[in-house]
Design a protein around this ligand. Structure first.
Ligand code: SAH
Ligand code: SF4
Length: 345
């Protein structure tokens, strides 16, 4: 059992207090204290009697905290937080602000990642462990506390593969979405996966309106499997079938992410392969300029190539957005997290 009160949903906290012989409503009170008012220790739960607080501590319960080691600020407005977990492991979280001052937080779900994608710095790190729901949701709480600003959107696109840590990821979504806590609308939460089919299938049956993003990066199995090992386990046809089923069930638009890497996946035939593969799916396609990092020989596609590629997709009726590099000076861009301070494999 995880004794971290921050990792528990309202329902779990209610069950906990009932099991300890106390009233059920305390569950919601404690949940609000932690997630809406930022209580950082059991001693701060001032609505509980002293003896109940002592009882919780005696039984081993605690409220986890992320310690901010450093905040890196890029001149383009992107901030990167380096957090230390209770066991000394470290993770990164990126805060992006758009032209309307809306804040999006890109959060991590694991220390490192098992998927090992060839273009991703996190994928080259030693996988250490899954984050708990409290550590995942805690990234939002800590950044809000530090900046004094509310986060409007949360994207699960930091370090790690969310569906390789499905249960804690989903629990963190429920925690962030709970009106008694941060109350972030599920439509403002996006989970990105490298294509773990069982996760997509499970998400389709959850009672949550979260958005799903699929990291596609190539619509041709041979090319995809060269850059994404996970593609060998979950080939494209099966992956796209799962996405079609997800959309049939949920009626929600899906986003495909596509990192544009020079000479690897950026030819016109690659764009036409996407069109054939996802025809009929209501989709947004994000073309992400590849972010270079040390130890990886890939180069970003030319901007003209990205435009031509996007044009082919737009002509077929897909909504296409091009994402140029951000947060370069502080290594905060997609795929750069963890560089410089974690062991590589
Ligand atoms: N593991 C999940 C979520 C985290 S990665 C996933 O792979 O979907 C978030 C996004 O950044 C993914 O689309 C990923 O493919 C992309 N990415 C990884 N390395 C990148 C790089 N070097 N340049 C640009 N995007 C990259
Ligand atoms: Fe992991 Fe995503 Fe990076 Fe692939 S792109 S190694 S799945 S974090």
């Amino acid at each position: 059992m995880n004794y971290d009160l921050k990792s528990m949903t309202t329902g779990e906290l209610e069950a906990l207090f009932v099991s300890l012989g106390h009233q059920k409503f305390l569950g919601k009170t404690v949940f609000s204290f932690i997630h809406a008012h930022g209580a950082s220790g059991i001693d701060r739960l001032s609505t509980l009697s002293k003896s109940l607080r002592a009882e919780l501590c005696e039984q081993g319960f605690f409220i986890s905290r992320l310690v901010t080691v450093e905040v890196f600020k890029d001149p383009d407005g992107t901030n990167k937080y380096l957090f230390e977990l209770a066991d000394g492991n470290r993770i990164e979280t990126v805060e992006l602000t758009d032209e309307n001052e809306r804040r999006t937080l890109c959060i991590s779900t694991q220390v490192g990642c098992r998927m090992g994608c060839a273009f991703c710095a996190t994928g080259r790190l030693h996988f250490t462990r899954n984050l708990t729901a409290g550590e995942i949701a805690g990234q939002v709480l800590e950044v809000e506390k530090a900046s004094g600003e509310k986060i409007g959107n949360v994207v699960y696109m930091g370090m790690g593969e969310p569906f390789d840590n499905y249960d804690e990821t989903l629990k963190s979504v429920r925690i962030l979405n709970d009106p008694a806590g941060r109350n972030i609308g599920a439509r403002h939460i996006t989970i990105s996966t490298s294509g773990i089919i069982p996760g997509i299938e499970k998400l389709a049956s959850e009672d949550l309106q979260v958005r799903l993003a699929i990291s596609l990066h190539s619509a041709r199995d041979e090319a995809r499997q060269k850059i994404m090992g996970v593609g060998r386990k979950y080939p494209l046809e099966a992956l796209i079938d799962a996405v079609r089923d997800y959309q049939a069930k949920t009626r929600r638009r899906v986003t495909f992410e596509y990192v544009m890497i020079k000479g690897i996946n950026d030819a016109s035939l690659d764009a036409r392969a996407i069109v054939r593969l996802i025809r009929g799916i209501k989709a947004n396609i994000n073309l992400i300029e590849y972010n270079p990092h040390e130890g990886c020989d890939f180069a970003p596609s030319d901007r003209k190539t990205i435009k031509v590629f996007g044009g082919i997709l737009t002509a077929e009726g897909f909504e296409v957005a091009i994402r140029y590099k951000r947060g370069q000076q502080i290594k905060a861009a997609c795929g750069q997290l963890g560089t410089g301070w974690l062991k590589t494999n």
